[in-house]
Design a protein around this ligand. Sequence first.
Ligand SMILES: Cc1cc2nc3c(=O)[nH]c(=O)nc-3n(C[C@H](O)[C@H](O)[C@H](O)COP(=O)(O)O)c2cc1C
Length: 200
Amino acid sequence: MFGAISADKVMKISVEISKAYRLLNHGPTVLVSTAHHNQRNVMAAAWNMPLDFDPPKVAIVIDKNTYTRELIESSGSFAINVPCRAQAEMVVKVGSSSGRELLGKAEDNKFAAFDLPTFTASKIAAPLLEGCVAWLECKVVPEPHIRDAYDLYLAEVVAAWTDERVFSDGHWHFEGHDELRTIHHIAGGNFFTTGEAFKA
Ligand SMILES: Cc1cc2nc3c(=O)[nH]c(=O)nc-3n(C[C@H](O)[C@H](O)[C@H](O)COP(=O)(O)O)c2cc1C
């Protein structure tokens, strides 16, 4: 049912219910990296959120058809890499192809296929992506019901890192670093970068 309501001077237009998620989808899009034995992978994930302070936890949607999910199930861990504006095209690439399709090829993972440099995490096997602005090392908190019903994973953050140019003393400061601003996916490759900081 479409229409418009006007309780005061501002007209409110209805949004197709299947697109309602776009009204909330402004958190940073992240890259989920994983590793198990000699397999490693990375995918994009826009549907993620912090869940708790202490111990710190996050929630993230990982579709059951992804290769990432297979490696998370095998390893019990993953990394959340927070990419920036300069990496947006790469984010779409790793979010539009599956590492499963690369298995058996000469470049048998997305890091090699897309020439993505990484560095070693401190507490988990998953590689961390160079060029991102923050990294959270996560261990899965087993919750089979919500995993199976909603593709939703809960995880405890066991280590975290950041690019000191844009985050220090507990605060983001992107001024003068537009290319390092975090990116926020709406749909179909349309993003916002994070905007002006202010205190209320
Ligand atoms: C910008 C963007 C955001 C995405 N967000 C999610 C998400 O939150 N959860 C999810 O399961 N897939 C998401 N995807 C899709 C996965 O990244 C995609 O299925 C990917 O190809 C899986 O790769 P894999 O099979 O190598 O793990 C997103 C894709 C893009 C481009």
